[in-house]
Design a protein around this ligand. Sequence first.
Ligand code: CP
Ligand code: NVA
Length: 299
Amino acid sequence: MTKHFLSMLDMPQEEAWNVLKRAKEMKDNKVRTNLLDGKVVLMIFEKASTRTRVSFEVGIRQLGGDPVFIAAKDSQLGRSEPLEDTARVLSRYADGLVVRTFGQRKLDILAEYGTIPVINALTDEYHPCQLMSDMLTMYERTPDLRNVKVAWIGDGNNMAHSFINSAALFGFELALAIPEGYDPDQEIMEKAAALGANFKITRDPAEAAAGAHFINTDVWASMGQEEEQRIREEAFRGFIVDEALMAKAAPDVKFMHCLPAHCGEEVSAGVFESSASIVWDQAENRLHAQKAIMEWIWK
Ligand code: CP
Ligand code: NVA
């Protein structure tokens, strides 16, 4: 059966742990393979990207494959050719799709109508490749993730959803401080809770940060929500990760951000540039995590 990576929950728990450990091994040993020798991976992006695009292109090459990048607006997708047809055509040329788009439903259609693996490079609902990288970044510091408390400060967005799913897989405690009206999707929360995820929502950033080992945040307006920027700035006032919030956490707390960041909004410049900030490791780990994800798919 064709394997897809549309959300973290596409990986059974044991396999997710194996991918995480393999990503660490690939990083430590600068692993290059010929697993994708002769394979072409298409990358279809409907939103901007720096990290995801480059780390996938480099990672595919380091596994011996060839990436081909398609800006959706320059293809027939931008002129409304149905996804069902696009999936069937592209499956005749290539061996996999890495897709960044809006609704998760679009990935479901590509996976359903195509015959090749589909990897989620960010949708409005999820960002699973980022989360595998974030898990690696935490795991490097604390291999027993079950003894870790993670705070999420900000929007109940694609990143928050993927953190909630990851809590189900990796067993860490997750406290999310989210302003009223911006909660994560109810169905996603119920499904993760049923799988045993240990998470709770609060309106108080200090409560979420109390004793946390890792404090995470993200922009207040995600891609596609640019026109809500002003209204969100009002709603998210007080949800900044600053020195005062970091002081509520565990003594050796680390600051995490998927990037790009807006210093002065969701994070103070002081925290972002501090020695507690591990955002560059997170960004690097995109490469290692995605190589391990691709190995999981194609091996
Ligand atoms: N974190 C992340 O996905 O970055 P890009 O938007 O640059 O790919
Ligand atoms: N939540 C952000 C993440 C960017 C990597 C967005 O979707 O724009």
